[in-house]
Write a protein that binds this ligand. Structure first.
Ligand code: HGY
Ligand code: MN
Ligand code: MN
Length: 416
């Protein structure tokens, strides 16, 4: 690698400026970001990102699900591009860094290579994946899942949000239903920079997480059908209370995950009472469940024990509980060669690092099913994420982006 490239460092102030400039799109009063996928706020950041990619000389295209691809030519265009990037959508009470650091860090890599006049052998492609969060439309990591063939484009376009709007309608409403078919942009590999979204790196004083694996995910849609009746005149033993039933399910989920832990987690993050009223016993509730483990056998145990507990609760309370497994993502084991490239980049740059498993799902986890993939983590304050308090430091974000850049240079090769 040329001497210039060996010592290359990103422009820390420019990266930090971009992160905070884009945080205005969907900024919340508590200092977070609310940028649900395919919302008007998402359109604002997408427009900003497309312009920034074009200004950096990238050839920008959008696919049928709105994912944005910015291609930087390499000396040898016969080589598949090295993919880098993440997502720009957020949770309803999201932060400034989840997804954004990886996408804008990838842009900063391009900007730095441009400034230094570094040409790589292989091309590089920056990606903003549509709907990584899965909050408005399920599943999470939706567009990268379609890219790797887990879902058809039409299936995803028909997915509906809570208001009944389809992905296709939402794409059209912001003008991001692209003209390229999903999968048009081939990638040779994918490396994603992301905040850890957990407490380990900060607690151990490590700057870089070399991600070697990721938890598997189980998503369920649930429906409880009890019986609406008068809150005052219905004796307790005669009630078929949907909310009391759900309360038992929540506690059962918690004790099953703890029993199967520490490598198991379970969450009920959504619950909607149909026709809620203070003096009516809840008769019907729709809810969702999210279970995860890095061990496939524990995932199976979570599913088995949860179903058994729900069946017992439903029978005892004389209510019907239906649960549908709507998404099963097996655990991820990233590519050993790419993992080493990340680890070597961290060591060469003098950053402390440790191997780590990702608790969260990421687009790289999907890409890893059809190509070599890996991830670079940096710490986030108190391990907090999916919360408006999410925070990270400029030095850590700079370090992570430098590691991403040198990993890319090692994979793509430097022509000049
Ligand atoms: O759910 C996840 O793990 C990701 O943050 N969408
Ligand atoms: Mn993310
Ligand atoms: Mn997230």
């Amino acid at each position: 690698m040329s001497r210039a490239a060996t010592n290359l460092q990103i422009d820390s102030a420019r990266l930090w400026g971009s992160i905070h400039e884009t945080a205005q799109f969907g900024a919340t009063a508590k200092g977070g970001v609310r940028r649900l996928t395919l919302s008007s706020e998402d359109k604002q950041v997408r427009d900003w990102f497309r312009q920034a990619c074009e200004d950096a000389g990238l050839e920008v295209h959008t696919d049928a699900l709105g994912s944005q691809f910015g291609l930087r030519k390499g000396r040898d265009m016969s080589k598949p591009p090295v993919g880098i990037g993440s997502h720009l959508d957020t949770q309803p009470t999201g932060g400034k860094y989840d997804g954004i650091l990886g996408t804008l860090g990838a842009l900063e890599v391009i900007r730095t290579l441009n400034d230094a006049g570094v040409e790589t052998e292989a091309p590089i492609c920056v990606v903003n994946w549509t709907n990584e969060e899965g909050s408005r439309f399920a599943p999470a990591m939706m567009a990268s899942a379609a890219y790797v063939g887990d879902f058809t484009t039409d299936d995803i376009l028909s997915r509906k949000d809570a208001e009944g709007t389809t992905v296709g309608q939402a794409l059209d409403s912001i003008g991001y239903r692209g003209d390229k078919p999903v999968g048009f942009q081939k990638l040779g590999c994918f490396v994603e920079l992301h905040i850890e979204q957990g407490p380990i790196l900060e607690a151990e004083g490590k700057t870089i997480g070399v991600v070697d694996s990721g938890q598997g995910v189980l998503w369920y849609d649930g429906k409880i059908s009890g019986f609406e009746s008068h809150a005052g005149s219905t004796p307790m033993p005669l009630r078929r209370d949907a909310l009391a039933t759900l309360s038992e399910i929540v506690l059962a989920m918690e004790s099953i995950a703890k029993k199967l832990g520490p490598n198991a987690v379970g969450t009920i993050g959504e619950a909607v009472i149909a026709n809620p009223s203070r003096n009516v016993i809840p008769g019907e509730i729709a809810f969702t469940m999210d279970c995860r483990s890095a061990d496939g056998a524990i995932m199976d145990a979570l599913d088995r024990d949860l179903r058994a507990a729900i069946a017992e609760i439903a029978a005892r309370r004389k209510v019907e509980v239906k649960i549908d497994l709507v998404w099963r993502k097996p655990p991820t084991h990233f590519d050993p060669k790419l993992i080493s490239a990340v680890e070597n980049a961290a060591k060469t740059l003098g950053y402390s690092s440790r191997r780590i498993t990702s608790g969260a799902g990421h687009d790289a986890c999907n890409l890893n099913t059809i190509m070599p993939a890996a991830m670079v983590f940096v710490p986030c304050k108190d391990g907090i994420s999916h919360n408006e308090l999410e925070d990270a430091t400029q030095p850590d974000c700079t370090a992570g982006t430098n590691v991403l850049m040198h990993t890319v240079l090692a994979i793509a090769g430097v022509a000049s």
